[in-house]
Ligand binder design. Structure first.
Ligand SMILES: Nc1ncnc2c1ncn2[C@@H]1O[C@H](COP(=O)(O)OP(=O)(O)OP(=O)(O)O)[C@@H](O)[C@H]1O
Ligand SMILES: [Mg+2]
Length: 502
């Protein structure tokens, strides 16, 4: 094997904080090299340096033995480096096709042969087994599909070194398998991949070598099979993590939400709901199992008042819902950890503190005169308490949310929603993008909320997560509930079948 890329003593400082410190890393041709590290360890920062978004404070980069300066993403592309970012960089108002050819040198000029481009993209998609709808707007497709578009775009540009920053976070198991096939194919073609994931099973499966980062520094690099998951986790977080086991409970009888024959876009198999009957009681976790894109998004939206059903009715506690309006739902005790944290969850150019109190600025705790005068000091110290409790890795709670690492942004939403003392907590993919320590913490918090009497609706594409946490499991397929199972000793085979409509 030959060395493709070498990073030599790279550091990156933001103010007086080192996000990367003295990093050494070598990428061989034809290898899949994983970066493993906790939320905030510095993985994305390092990748952003390689793609030319950030300039390193110190250190040098060598490509095929020659020193290079990567000053912009377009220069990185011309050097053969492509990246799929952790947060999507797609243009919402454009179609999938337009996004893929955006900035493509082949497509420049007046006469873009759109048909030829299209065929090329379709061939590429078919070759790697990606299903994408080229004429849909980005806003119309699921997060999983957006992820596929990003990958396709990088492949289309023909990268020698492909950086995949948490590409699997929003993919279904089958899609992950498809992506791994793609990665193996690229590897066989001699291309190199830097892969980032918090899912240990994936990391152990796909990596040729693994480099562990901790607090911005490289800990070590290990080869395939040299270390097991537990060993890697210990190096990554610097402490042991015991096995987790949550007790399953029976609810106490009070209902917090009832859906009665609810339908929404009934004909749409992937974005609709068809005759949903569902009850969530106080003190239970109801898990929705299913492949993403079978109505999960719409279910979460109806039950948090974002959209109103076309047929059927809903009760919150004992009161029939008169108006589907998110603010009304919040006032009536509903909390929501949304699927897309960037769009619906956070205001990224506001501070961590302001995001944490976002929905409660009118409360007496944080303001006087119904939100007219904010109690800045109270907000600050409360936010600091939350940052401590939820282990939000930041320098100050006055920092913009956008400067946090991906996983730490997720913790801000969780802190806000879980601490709002809801009756009903609707969580979609709560641990997506979280490292193993943070995942454990968040699951503990959901179970603790249940034990306080909160009714929890857990939507997750991670079947293991559903099995681990749910007191009751409902399977959603093509907008319909296919079956209901107890969370105690659930029939795993049967549920898996139901998830595919069988
Ligand atoms: N533009 C910035 N300004 C200030 N601090 C930043 C900036 N970008 C990143 N950081 C900080 O650098 C550290 C490393 O962040 P980075 O995004 O590289 O982490 P990560 O390893 O990718 O984490 P995750 O697994 O959560 O995605 C974090 O503490 C983050 O807050
Ligand atoms: Mg990251």
């Amino acid at each position: 094997m030959s060395e493709l890329l070498r990073v030599d003593h790279i550091s990156k400082r933001f103010g007086d904080f080192y996000a990367n410190k003295n990093i050494d890393l070598t990428i061989e041709s034809g290898e899949i090299h994983t970066l493993l590290g906790e939320n905030g360890a510095g993985k994305s920062t390092l990748m952003n340096i390689l793609i030319g978004l950030y300039q390193p404070t110190e250190g040098r980069i060598f490509l095929r033995g020659k020193e290079v300066r990567i000053e912009s993403p377009s220069q990185a592309v011309s050097l053969g480096i492509g990246m799929v970012h952790q947060h999507f960089m797609l243009v919402d108002a454009m179609t999938v096709f337009e996004n893929i050819i955006l900035g493509d040198r082949k497509a420049k000029g007046l006469f873009i042969d759109r048909d030829a481009r299209r065929r090329e993209i379709e061939e590429l998609a078919a070759r790697y087994g990606f299903h994408v709808q080229l004429d849909r707007l980005i806003t119309e497709i699921s997060v999983g599909e957006q992820q596929r578009v990003e990958i396709l775009k990088a492949l289309y540009r023909g990268a020698e070194l492909l950086i995949l920053d948490e590409p699997t976070a929003a993919l279904t198991d089958i899609e992950v398998e498809g992506l791994f096939d793609v990665m193996e194919k690229l590897k066989a073609e001699g291309k190199s991949i830097i892969f980032i994931s918090h899912k240990m099973r994936e990391v152990l499966h796909i990596s040729d070598r693994i480099t562990i980062l901790r607090a911005g520094e490289t800990v070590t690099t290990v080869g395939r099979g040299e270390m097991d998951g537990q060993g890697l986790a210990n190096l990554m977080i610097g402490r042991e993590l015991s096995e987790s086991h949550y007790e399953k409970k029976e609810p106490d009888g009070k209902t917090v939400a009832v859906m009665d024959h609810v339908s929404y876009h009934r004909q749409s198999k992937h974005n609709g709901l068809s005759d949903i009957n569902m009850t969530i009681h106080a003190g239970e976790i109801v898990g929705i199992a299913g492949v993403d894109g079978n109505g999960q998004t719409q279910l979460a939206q109806v039950i948090t008042g974002v959209i109103s059903p076309e047929e059927g009715a809903m009760n919150l506690k004992d009161t029939k819902v008169a108006a589907f309006d998110p603010l009304e739902f919040i006032r009536n005790g509903t909390a929501h950890v949304p699927e897309d944290r960037n769009l619906q969850g956070l205001v990224s150019d506001m501070s961590i503190a302001d995001n944490i109190v976002l929905k409660r600025t009118e409360s007496e705790q944080f303001s006087s005169g119904n939100g007219l005068f904010l109690k800045k000091n109270v907000i600050s110290s409360y936010a600091e308490e939350m940052a401590q409790k939820y282990d939000i890795r930041c320098r100050s709670v006055d920092q913009d949310v956008r400067s946090l690492s991906g996983g730490n942004q997720q913790k801000v939403i969780l802190a806000r929603e879980l601490e709002s003392m809801p009756d009903l907590l609707v969580v979609a993919h709560p641990t997506r993008g979280l490292d193993i320590g943070a995942t454990r913490f968040v699951r503990d918090q959901m179970v603790a909320a249940r034990d306080r009497g909160v009714g929890v609706l857990l939507i997750s594409a991670d079947f293991d997560e559903i099995l681990e946490l749910s007191d009751r499991i409902l399977v959603l397929f093509e907008g319909q509930i296919m079956g209901e199972y107890s969370g105690k000793n659930p029939p795993i085979e049967e549920i898996s079948m139901a998830m595919t409509g069988k």
